[in-house]
Design a protein around this ligand. Structure first.
Ligand SMILES: Cc1cc2nc3c(=O)[nH]c(=O)nc-3n(C[C@H](O)[C@H](O)[C@H](O)COP(=O)(O)O)c2cc1C
Length: 185
């Protein structure tokens, strides 16, 4: 089958997640097209047998490029098996209320766009202190401190569980084989 992976990103970590998903799906013998929602142009959904959408949370919301894309493609997406990978720091938080908040943001995206993916994965993202500007670095260091997270601003800190992400991609490919709408082979 042909899997379309579309992602949005601000600091690049979700691109890395999209590429990891792509490598996993390809290793299972399937074709993949990866598309950055922030790029100009569009991608032909007619080529796709399944779709994986990856989006990071910034200031309590997913990128508008992603919600806009989902909304404009809603009709076509309804006929395709889909998976959503949400990327956030809250997914790595020790506090249950942070997980509940991310779940609320995810549900709001689905309600707003009308998209109903088969599977959802909450992936922990990264702190990329060296590439933040002064104010962003201060804000993120403060949040990390509050959460008991790393405050060394001289380096990146990744929280993504790559094994769990790979297992999710494998589970989705398997689910596509049995999804009634799919033309996957
Ligand atoms: C300015 C800023 C705001 C953020 N806001 C949130 C947030 O509201 N909730 C959350 O869980 N994570 C938040 N994050 C963490 C990001 O989701 C995380 O860094 C993610 O890896 C970013 O993905 P990207 O590199 O693809 O943009 C924020 C990060 C930054 C830099």
């Amino acid at each position: 089958m042909h899997v379309l992976i579309i992602f949005g990103t601000v600091e690049g970590h979700t691109r890395k997640i999209a590429r990891t998903l792509s490598a996993t799906v390809q290793s299972l013998g399937h074709q993949v097209t990866v598309f950055d929602a922030g790029d100009l142009g569009d991608v032909d959904l007619d080529i796709a047998d399944a779709v994986i959408v990856c989006a990071p949370v910034h200031m309590g919301a997913y990128p508008t490029a992603i919600s806009h894309w989902l909304k404009t493609k809603a009709e076509r997406l309804a006929g395709l098996p889909g998976a959503f990978v949400s990327v956030s720091l809250a997914a790595a938080s020790p506090f249950p209320e942070e997980h509940a908040e991310i779940q609320r943001i995810t549900t709001a995206l689905f309600e707003h766009t009308g998209w109903k993916p088969l599977m959802v994965h909450q992936a922990a993202g990264a702190l990329k202190y060296p590439q933040y500007d002064f104010l962003k670095r201060l804000l993120m260091k403060h949040i990390a401190y509050r959460e008991g997270g790393p405050t060394d601003v001289t380096t990146d800190h990744e929280f993504t569980n790559w094994n769990a992400l790979t297992a999710f991609a494998e589970g989705f490919v398997e689910a596509c084989r049995t999804a009634p709408e799919t033309t996957a082979g």
